[in-house]
Design a protein around this ligand. Structure first.
Ligand SMILES: [Ca+2]
Ligand SMILES: [Ca+2]
Length: 401
């Protein structure tokens, strides 16, 4: 439970850090900190104590810093980014690590701190950061909660891995291109399986299941050639890249689907429409990126978060409820939004009257600043809002059309 609290705190801290504008750049100390994230260190001290305002050490923050020998993390650092200490060839000591709950790819790669640890499994807290063994069958020890990204990448000795019930997270690329890995045993306690975790392994290639569902109901791959896919009921998360560049034309999620993972439908060139149905909470980064045929995305108001580039401007219109996360996302990304209103009913009272024409005129004249939905305001359907829409609307109201 303590671990889960830690993870929740990390997420909270990151959200907090990202929403409160607060930048510290201290040339004197050498720490460049932006919203609680340590971006870089420009000093030349051999022993460094991370300032207590830092909750996350950013990607590459100390990369190739060859003077630092010892880092004291303190009580505030909850996460360490990709390659944060990569190539710190003098770094032999990392202290006060207790609060760290997440570590990115190659964070300590090519440091004496990592290279001097000779045990079979090298961990920091409950995060596996390196594997020194040469076994064909690897049983992840019970003290490991997270396998950090790319830990076993390119390892050609392994043919079998048993992740065990304490592993909650398998990081991105954890077993990337393990060319002999044929047997994988993942428990249902594994809630996160990162992208490319088993990329180009015999296990992924040879598994015969149409839907490869692993861990806590995560769909990690689909072998079906069907153009119209219905996601099985037991899938909660459509995993990272699960349908990457697939030829599918339509997809139907199940009522149990909650997460549409990163890049899950990226590059599906024939996908025309998608219904993000009720119950789905998250549409993650680039989920429907590079889907040029996508014309319609219906998004239920259960969706709490739509991440960066989940949908991009093109032929697409987003359909959803007024005031929903879908509407905010559409507006922020300049994507047409259809909130289900009546064409021309600018004031939303359900009938077309002269006040709707007045409202539209007001917007065009710059008196009303809030941009109305294109699906309501573009009365003549030419793709823009102009005075000709007002004329058309006036004619409709007057009963001339
Ligand atoms: Ca009206
Ligand atoms: Ca128009």
């Amino acid at each position: 439970m303590i671990k889960k609290t830690k993870a929740a705190l990390l997420i909270f801290a990151l959200l907090f850090a990202l929403t409160v504008p607060f930048v510290t750049v201290s040339a004197e100390s050498g720490f460049v900190i932006d919203n609680g994230i340590l971006l870089s260190y420009t000093g030349s001290q051999k022993e460094i104590t991370i300032p207590s305002e830092v909750v996350y050490i950013g990607d590459n923050a100390f990369r190739n810093n060859t003077s630092v020998e010892k880092v004291v993390l303190g009580q505030s650092v909850m996460g360490i980014g990709n390659c944060a200490f990569y190539g710190c060839t003098s770094l032999s000591s990392v202290e006060q690590t207790e609060s760290v709950g997440a570590i990115g790819a190659y964070a300590f790669y090519n440091t004496p701190y990592l290279n001097n640890q000779k045990g079979e499994f090298v961990t920091l807290n409950d995060i596996l950061i390196k594997y020194n063994g040469g076994s064909q069958t690897v049983a992840i020890p019970s003290n490991v909660r997270v396998i950090s990204p790319y830990t076993f990448a390119y390892n050609r000795n392994i043919n079998s891995v048993i992740a065990g019930s304490n592993v909650e997270e398998i990081g991105e690329g954890a077993f990337y291109m393990c060319g002999n890995l044929s047997n994988v045993d993942i428990s249902e306690n594994t809630a996160v399986i990162g992208g490319y975790a088993f990329y180009d392994t015999p296990w992924l290639k040879n598994d015969q299941r149409e839907f490869l569902i692993e861990g806590r109901n995560i769909l990690i791959d689909c072998k079906s050639e069907d153009k119209n896919i219905t996601i099985p009921d037991d899938v909660v998360t459509v995993g990272t890249g699960a349908f990457y560049m697939s030829g599918l034309e339509s997809v139907t999620f199940s009522e149990n689907t909650k997460v549409i993972g990163m890049r899950s439908f990226m590059g599906c060139e024939n996908l025309k429409s998608v219904n993000i149905n009720d119950g789905i909470l998250l549409v993650d980064t680039q989920a429907f990126y590079n889907c040029p045929s996508l014309e319609k995305a219906e998004i239920a108001s259960s969706v709490q978060v739509i991440n960066d580039k989940a949908f991009v401007k093109g032929n697409i219109t987003i359909y959803g409820e007024k005031g929903s996360v879908a509407e905010s996302f559409a507006n922020a990304n300049d994507i047409p939004f259809n909130g289900g209103g009546i064409l021309g009913d600018l004031d939303g009272d359900g009938v077309l009257t002269i006040s709707d024409a007045t409202y539209l005129q007001g917007y065009i004249a710059g008196i009303k600043s809030e941009k109305p939905d294109m699906s309501i305001a573009d009365v003549n359907g030419d793709g823009s809002i102009s005075i000709t829409d007002v004329s058309k609307l006036q004619m409709i109201i007057a009963g001339e059309q």
